[in-house]
Design a protein around this ligand. Structure first.
Ligand SMILES: [Zn+2]
Length: 189
């Protein structure tokens, strides 16, 4: 079982952030990526392009094969606002991954959803999400929260993406915090 300890990453940036911002430090620091994070980032290179082309979500699973190598299932197509990954039974699954399709002015797709977190936690796995704006998130089972891993082009951005400055995501969310974000979303920017 792979464990992740995003809240305990103590980089210099975290320390400096803590000095200046005190108790909000864990909301402001972007954690360093581990081996599985970097693998998921590569998986999204293809999945993001498929999503922008077809304007739907793509998804799959990440896990270990019989040789204990890290592998991913081929991304399968979902629809505009959902995707059910297919377990081929060949993997010791440790995480799901899915894209949030292509840019839509009507949907808040720059963070994982409440349902994304609940689904991964109920299956006992981590998760990865890539957004039309090029944000890359991990859903951590151990921490029961989602953390932004990268927001500056480490996964492809939809060329049609337009940012919503009034609704810029924080760097981490619990299920309760995501429920609050969804409740505050009146659909405008
Ligand atoms: Zn999602």
């Amino acid at each position: 079982m792979l464990t992740k300890k995003y809240l305990r990453v103590a980089s210099l940036a975290t320390v400096l952030t803590f000095v200046f911002f005190g108790a909000n430090a864990h909301n402001n620091a972007i954690p360093e990526m581990d081996e599985v994070d970097r693998f998921a980032q590569k998986v999204f290179q293809n999945a993001q392009l498929l999503s922008f082309r077809d304007k739907i979500e793509y998804c799959g699973f990440i896990g270990y094969d019989h040789q204990r190598s890290l592998v991913a299932t081929t991304p399968n197509a979902g629809d505009a606002d959902g995707c059910e990954p297919i377990d081929d039974g060949e993997l010791d699954v440790i995480a799901s991954y899915h894209t949030h399709g292509s840019y839509s002015a009507d949907a808040d797709t720059e963070t994982p959803s409440v349902d994304d977190l609940v689904a991964d936690f109920s299956e006992g796995i981590d998760g990865y999400v890539a957004t039309p704006g090029g944000r890359f998130w991990v859903i951590s089972l151990e921490d029961q929260a989602t953390f932004l891993l990268c927001e500056k082009g480490c996964v492809q951005k939809d060329p049609e993406f337009k940012p919503c400055p009034a609704f810029t995501p924080k760097h981490s969310y619990t299920v309760e915090e995501l429920k609050q974000r969804e409740a505050n979303d009146d659909g405008s920017c």
